[in-house]
Design a protein around this ligand. Structure first.
Ligand SMILES: NC(=O)c1ccc[n+]([C@@H]2O[C@H](COP(=O)([O-])OP(=O)(O)OC[C@H]3O[C@@H](n4cnc5c(N)ncnc54)[C@H](OP(=O)(O)O)[C@@H]3O)[C@@H](O)[C@H]2O)c1
Length: 227
């Protein structure tokens, strides 16, 4: 493992979040910052990653709702001070709730937009300049912004129209960032998890999603990996 590499995980949870965090920690990152809303769930995630990779990994947790931009920026200030600025930002926060026409309140759409797009934009504003500097300063660095996505931007589901539309907006944001900053050495792209995740699914299980994500991130070239 390379020393002093920090992974920032935004949207830490027991599924894709835990599997990607554990694998990335075992492969490269010895400092991990975990962000999610619930402190008790973060404690579980921290313990699970430590169990997976051992105590040589330092993990700090920050309980914030990413829709609160000020709280999010305070959390990443604290994470940077404790662990150093990240080499890899993994954005995995989302809310998967049904949104039936026309019972779904517009405020719910706006909340999903804040999780999926606004918080990602705030983090990009903060970290892309740092990741570009890292790419210039250190040829062995692998500066990256990785975002968990799905097939919904390209194949919306009416019963999930709210998630479909914010994921479409998010994909456009990530594509735009990729066009602007991949030429400057930052790997920016999406994991397109193109169906429901289940531990029993032969392909879309968290361990396989993490393994495919690691291979794709290691190659550091393509915008998208479809799983
Ligand atoms: N699960 C699926 O079937 C599936 C399929 C295709 C794509 N995806 C995508 O995969 C990603 C998530 O993976 P996952 O479903 O396996 O979940 P996960 O990694 O188990 O957990 C994601 C975590 O995000 C956190 N989160 C949600 N809203 C947040 C907020 N406002 N602020 C801070 N943290 C927040 C939640 O923790 P707290 O509740 O503690 O905040 C949740 O545990 C999402 O991008 C989702 O769209 C999932």
């Amino acid at each position: 493992m390379t020393s002093n590499k920090t992974l920032l995980v935004v949207g830490s949870g027991p599924g894709i979040g835990r599997a990607v965090t554990t694998l990335f920690a075992s492969k490269r990152y010895n400092n991990i910052a975990l962000i999610a809303r619930r402190a008790e769930s973060l404690a579980t995630e921290k313990a699970a990653v430590e169990q997976g990779v051992g105590s040589q990994v330092r993990i700090e947790t920050y309980a914030v709702d990413v829709t609160d931009s000020a709280a999010l920026l305070k959390a990443v200030d604290d994470a940077d001070a404790a662990l150093g600025k990240p080499e890899c930002v993994f954005f995995n926060a989302a809310r998967v709730v049904p949104s039936a026409f026309f019972e779904h309140d517009v405020k719910e759409i706006e909340y999903d937009f804040k999780i999926t797009v606004s918080a990602l934009y705030v983090l990009a504003q903060r970290y892309i300049p740092h990741l570009v500097s890292l790419a210039k300063a250190d040829s062995s660095a692998k500066p990256a912004l990785i975002v968990t996505s799905s097939a919904l931007p390209l194949e919306p589901i009416p019963e999930l129209f709210a998630l479909s539309l914010v994921k479409a907006a998010q994909r456009t944001l990530v594509q735009s960032l990729n066009l602007a900053f991949a030429p400057q050495g930052v790997h920016i792209g999406v994991i397109n998890v193109a169906g429901p995740v289940s531990p029993d699914d032969p392909v879309r299980n968290p361990a396989n999603i993490a393994a495919r994500t690691w291979e794709w991130a290691e190659a550091g070239k393509d915008f998208e990996v479809v799983i």
